[in-house]
Design a protein around this ligand. Structure first.
Ligand code: PPS
Length: 286
């Protein structure tokens, strides 16, 4: 861990993309009230949001998603690329993403109250997606066996710490009128309705035709073809997409193909304990 990760506010982050300077930049970042930030625990729907949101803002004009990589069009504020983008000069609404916990947000966030879209995903699928990602990315610690990785995941000894703490922190956030909660599963079930809901939240009125156009482009099989979003521009020394593609499967419930009954039962019992005080109806609990 020590070789590839650095500790930031109590969680591991990969050194390759988080430099001391980038973390300092994040720390001192000045938000604007009209900023829109999609926050996710890793592997919960970040790349999907980096496709959907720019298209809502552009009202279906494909230029942003065909000319800019996802990490430039909607950068992670805590990563080193953000610093180089002249983000300050972007017209409103400025779009960004972050994997940070609520408690890790910089001071300005709590003063300025930008809009947040918090995307959640069934943690067993987050685990599964993470497992393949940790295996294919050279800047991540090798996951080992599923059992070994399960220990780490349930213990929060993975990048950005505990899934449970991340979700609980953001669900307990103040200024609830500035946060929209959405799940990966909801987007899988009805992408058009999800796009409408997001548009409403950010104050954009889109025609049915535009919503359909965006939904069509953002379907897994279509998005996978977009080289600005499928990570094919990342050199194979960093991501070995022959091992596992970044846009890997794009479904809900793939944990069923990846966890044994015993592993799933163990996951469920930890989940039940850690989430017992959480009063939120998750789609995957049904
Ligand atoms: S990261 O590393 O945090 O940015 O990863 P993130 O983008 O949050 O999560 C990656 C998973 O999201 C899936 N994905 C999609 N699913 C459905 N539809 C679309 N359009 C889509 N785009 C990305 C991606 O395939 C990863 O999930 P898995 O289960 O591994 O396929």
């Amino acid at each position: 861990e020590a070789e590839l990760y650095v500790q930031y506010k109590g969680v591991f982050v990969p050194k390759l993309v988080h430099t001391p300077e980038s973390l300092q930049f994040f720390e001192e970042f000045t938000f604007r009230h009209d900023d829109i930030i999609a926050v996710t625990y890793p592997k919960s729907g970040t790349t999907w949001m980096q496709e959907i949101l720019p298209l809502i803002v552009s009202e279906g004009d494909m230029t942003p998603v065909l000319t800019l990589t996802n990490w430039d069009r909607m950068p992670w504020l805590e990563e080193h690329r953000a610093k180089e983008l002249n983000f300050d000069q972007r017209p409103p609404p400025r779009l960004s993403v972050s994997h940070c916990h609520y408690s890790m947000m910089p001071e300005s966030f709590f003063k300025v109250k930008p809009k947040v879209i918090y995307v959640m995903r069934n943690p067993k699928d987050v685990f599964t997606s993470s497992y393949y990602y940790y295996d294919m990315a050279s800047y991540m610690v090798n996951p080992g066996t599923k059992d070994e990785f399960l220990d780490k995941f349930l213990d929060g000894k993975v990048i950005f710490g505990s899934w449970f703490d991340h979700v609980k922190g953001w669900l307990g956030a103040k200024d609830q009128d500035r946060i929209m909660y959405i799940s990966y599963e909801e987007m899988i079930l009805d992408l058009k309705a999800s796009i409408s809901k997001i548009s409403l939240f950010i104050g954009k009125t889109l025609s049915q035709e535009v919503i359909e156009k965006i939904a069509d482009h953002c379907m897994f099989k279509n998005m996978k073809q977009n080289k600005m979003s499928n990570y094919s521009l990342v050199p194979s020394e960093y991501m070995d997409q022959k091992k596992s593609e970044f846009l890997r499967k794009g479904i809900a419930g793939d944990w069923k193909n990846n966890l044994t009954e015993a592993q799933a039962a163990r996951f469920d019992s930890v989940y039940k304990e850690k989430m017992k005080d959480v009063n939120f109806k998750f789609m995957w609990d049904e």
